[in-house]
Ligand binder design. Structure first.
Ligand code: ADP
Length: 388
């Protein structure tokens, strides 16, 4: 009885989260392998820069231990407000930018809160489901460094979030980037690209660049791993001051080389998000799920669609294959959406199932053989697709 009640509440929460997310066009998680590389600075300046270009933007700080977005925005006094319809809206920073962080919800700015994993998970979900963000073009999410509970919750709650990885040029930072990349592969979040922050210093006297922490490591790594390089942000000592005094740099010093680099980064982010969306529409990127009953046999009975082989395919090549089990209470569509599946490959699917999938923007591929292994079916499908 109690179990039933709980799952009903969870279903309602899931519904609220889904409703909110459906109103947000692009969700971008800003990650870094380690602290101090300028991840929050980059997240804030991306959000401000996009809002200055008339996009509707949300900035969500999911760092529950050391939230610093309100400070960087100079918006520590702003509080959540209830809207006339009773909903609680995210905090309005400017007509185009809203934000949310745990800080305004704590009794005092020095409050130390001990967050256990599950509590973090539900707090972050509430930030999305219970707060009215309205229609947004971009939601920028600033997570604490590393690959802990917070980015994991984002990956589970917002499976279609794209990831921007921030690094500095030193070798040690680059090693940590690889961990972030592995995390994204595991959680199946797609990486938008890598940003190299604190990359060179423009001498204020002679205007020449000086490479304080080397340069170009982020770009080389991006090339090696086949990821987009989103750009270099030079060091400017005024970034520290603007961060500490709550004046986002890009707005405070728009003519500086560092602000120009942020602008270029924003341009790349806009074009990369659009390109990735087009890749899905035009099937250059596909995530195909095949129901299976053993690793080498496809399942043909829709009642038994519990285990799935999922293939990430880019430009007709298989990048990753994974086997994922649907949990008992989860309905099929929710499961496929959570896995951000673009296509399912089925043997002789009943019409109502195929229609239901299509209505939910999941394309259906049909095979007329139930004896081939899922790997062979995918290979054949790709061969056929290529020959067209
Ligand atoms: P993280 O979120 O990765 O921990 P922060 O954004 O808090 O890092 O940045 C760490 C420190 O580095 C801050 O004092 C910030 O002002 C400074 N900083 C970040 N990027 C730059 C930059 N390009 N030039 C100079 N200082 C920077």
């Amino acid at each position: 009885m109690i179990k039933k009640e709980k799952s009903f509440i969870m279903e309602q929460e899931d519904k609220k989260v889904r409703e909110q997310l459906s109103k947000i066009k692009y969700k971008i998680l800003v990650m870094s392998g380690k602290g101090g590389v300028g991840k929050s600075t980059v997240a804030v300046n991306i959000a401000i820069g996009l809002s200055l270009q008339d996009f509707m933007v949300g900035l969500l700080d999911v760092d529950l231990h050391g939230p610093n977005i309100p400070k960087m925005l100079g918006a520590r006094d702003l509080r959540l407000s209830r809207k006339p319809d009773g909903k609680i809206g995210a905090i309005k920073y400017s007509p185009n930018l809203k934000f949310l962080s745990i800080e305004p919800l704590l009794p005092s700015e020095d409050s130390a809160v001990i967050w256990r994993g599950p509590l973090k998970h539900s707090a972050i979900r509430q930030f999305i489901g219970d707060i009215d963000w309205g229609e947004l073009d971009y939601l920028i999410i600033d997570a604490p460094p590393g690959t802990g509970d917070e980015p994991l919750t984002v990956a589970k709650t917002i499976p279609d979030a794209y990831v921007v990885i921030v690094t500095t040029p030193q070798e040690v930072s680059l090693i940590d980037v690889k961990k972030s990349i592995r995390f994204c592969q595991k959680t199946k979040m797609r990486i938008l690209g890598i940003v190299e922050n604190m990359s060179g210093f423009i001498c204020p006297h002679c205007g020449k660049p000086i490479d304080l922490f080397k340069k170009g490591g982020g770009e080389k790594l991006a090339q090696e791993l086949g990821l987009r390089f989103l750009g270099r942000i030079p060091i400017d000592p005024r970034v520290v001051d603007t961060g500490d005094t709550g004046r986002p740099f890009i707005a405070a010093y728009p003519e500086s080389p560092t602000a120009k680099a942020f602008e270029e980064l924003i341009r790349k982010i806009i074009s990369a998000t659009e390109e990735m969306k087009r890749d899905i529409l035009e099937e250059r990127f596909m995530r195909i799920a095949i129901p299976i009953n053993t690793p080498s046999k496809i399942e043909i009975d829709p009642e038994k669609f519990d285990l799935f082989a999922i293939y990430d395919i880019e430009n007709n090549k298989i990048l990753v294959k994974d086997v994922v089990k649907r949990t008992e209470n989860q309905n099929l569509i929710d499961f496929l959406k959570e896995q951000v599946v673009t296509h399912v490959l089925l043997f002789d699917p009943p019409k109502n199932l195929a229609d239901h999938l299509s209505q939910n923007e999941i394309r259906v591929l049909v095979t007329d053989t139930s004896t081939e292994s899922p790997d062979n079916l995918i290979e054949e499908y790709l061969k056929e697709k290529q020959s067209h």
